[in-house]
Design a protein around this ligand. Structure first.
Ligand SMILES: Cc1cc2nc3c(=O)[nH]c(=O)nc-3n(C[C@H](O)[C@H](O)[C@H](O)COP(=O)(O)OP(=O)(O)OC[C@H]3O[C@@H](n4cnc5c(N)ncnc54)[C@H](O)[C@@H]3O)c2cc1C
Length: 447
């Protein structure tokens, strides 16, 4: 079908600000709070009714902050953890042996905590609003974005724009190049429909004998292999209790295709209920189990990876490589969920070569968030510049918070100094981040 031509028309300005953050996931919240605290006027646009992104809306509620010896991701992540803990929204989570889970939280609690932090930082949060077409100047600077509202199309204008949409929507539409998927076939990591359960009789579940447990797991594994149950690699019901959120029910496809995403979301929910039905019939204590909640959105791990001035690779991750322009540390392993949707993850190999060596961490460089196409636009979060493999580590939420805090602080410093994003002295940025509680050690050539 041919394109249609749109008439030229004027558009009212909804908001004007110093820093516009597009997307309110872990990266966007951190960017907005950091910029607001450093004196910038900030608008945060979020398409869903709450902030938190995958952490709240897709029920992905686990953070990894330790190098398996000490906590090395602090700053706004630490502050969020402290506030969650003080209000009873947090539990520690050991995870399988040899891994380094640190905290799991209630997504409702994180929603409250992050909206409060944004409010306290003076950020103007506008939910239910998709950041649309970027408005570009003749010199390729971005002046703002168009948004569709109930009263018609409007514009949000800004000095600096941070694309924290997870998918890199604004950067891609502004002409910054990107990669999508793994090199061999362009497929991105599998997605997952997360869900919470209730109504489980935990005493009955715990009274099961080892033999009973093993027989259930063996039966379920066989049914998954034979296609009687949906694909999953971690379908052990005895791990799950009331209000625990299983990471199961994978699906595969293109998260940038709305129609496909709709079908996959429906499929993911069907699979949740297929497991529930089986568990009710099979597992002691699960007879009256219910789905308390499914993710409002399918959990999306990977889509566009926007080209940056530096690209994070698996070698940088696994080599615990330090960077002169570090804005924080990363600890997570190369963790690729099968792009074909089996539910298989590379960490299930228990293959230590997938992991950053114990007690070590890599640096997250600022340059993976900057680009050479639109000078006053930065990206933060899972859309930042990385290879498919490097992304599988740096995509985790604590790492996205590091990026958000880094570029949010950078934008406010650039504003205060009247310079561009690339002109802020990186040592001054690192000093400001340390003062704000960010753990930043072993910077090559640094103080
Ligand atoms: C099933 C699953 C399990 C995972 N497990 C873990 C785990 O155990 N630990 C961990 O730390 N991480 C985990 N992750 C990864 C992690 O949750 C994400 O990579 C992380 O949330 C990315 O943060 P982000 O801020 O970059 O993007 P997102 O969390 O995706 O947030 C992007 C936000 O931007 C909004 N948005 C998008 N486009 C627009 C637009 N055009 N305009 C306005 N708003 C927009 C979205 O609505 C969303 O709120 C998992 C992910 C999934 C899907």
């Amino acid at each position: 079908m041919p394109d249609i031509m749109l008439p030229v028309r004027s558009v009212p300005i909804l908001a004007q600000c110093d820093v516009l953050v597009c997307g309110g996931g872990p990266a966007g919240v951190a960017a907005a709070v950091a910029a607001g605290r450093h004196g910038a006027s900030v608008v945060l646009l979020e398409r869903w009714p709450r902030v938190g992104g995958m952490a709240t809306t897709a029920l992905v509620n686990i953070w990894h902050r330790s190098d398996r010896e000490k906590i090395v991701i602090r700053g706004l992540a630490q502050e969020s953890v402290d506030r969650l803990g003080a209000e009873g929204w947090l539990s520690t989570y050991g995870g399988p042996e040899g891994r380094h889970e640190t905290e799991s939280f209630d997504p409702e609690g994180l929603t409250l905590v992050w909206h409060r932090m944004l409010q306290e930082a003076g950020v103007r949060v506008i939910c239910y609003t998709v950041a649309g077409e970027p408005l570009l100047d003749d010199d390729s600077s971005i002046m703002g974005v168009l948004v569709e509202t109930k009263t018609g199309q409007q514009a949000v204008m800004a000095r600096f724009v941070i694309d924290a949409s997870g998918d890199g929507d604004v950067a891609a539409k502004a002409g910054v190049g990107f990669d999508f998927g793994r090199e061999a076939d362009d497929l991105v990591q599998g997605m997952t429909m997360m869900y919470g359960l209730c109504g489980i009789d935990e005493a009955a579940r715990d009274a099961m004998t080892q033999a009973q447990r093993e027989s259930i797991i063996a039966d379920m594994t066989k049914r998954i292999e034979e296609g009687e149950l949906p694909p999953s690699k971690t379908a052990n019901p005895t791990w799950y209790g009331n209000r625990v959120i299983p990471n199961m029910c994978p699906v595969a496809g293109n998260p940038l295709d709305e129609e496909e995403l709709t079908e996959l979301t429906v499929l993911g929910r069907e699979r949740v209920f297929a497991f529930l039905e089986y568990w009710r019939k099979t597992v002691p204590g699960f007879e009256n189990a219910c789905v308390e909640q499914t993710g409002h959105s399918l959990g999306i791990r990977e889509s566009r990876r926007i080209h940056g001035l530096k690209t994070l690779t698996a070698e940088m991750v696994l080599g615990a490589i330090k960077q002169p322009d570090a804005i924080g540390h990363g600890v997570w392993m190369i963790d690729i969920h099968d792009p074909e949707g089996s539910g298989y993850t590379t960490w299930q190999d228990r293959n230590k070569t997938n992991m950053v060596p114990e007690g070590q961490s890599y640096h997250i460089p600022l340059a993976m968030c900057l680009n050479d196409t639109v000078p006053n636009l930065a990206v933060a979060g899972r859309c930042a510049s990385s290879t498919h493999e490097g992304h599988s580590s740096v995509r985790v939420q604590s790492h996205c918070i590091v990026m958000g805090q880094g570029v949010g602080t950078l934008a406010a410093m650039a504003l205060n100094a009247g310079v561009g994003l690339g002109e802020v002295h990186v040592r001054a940025l690192q000093e400001a981040l340390r003062e704000d509680g960010v753990y930043l050690e072993d910077v090559p050539g640094g103080a």
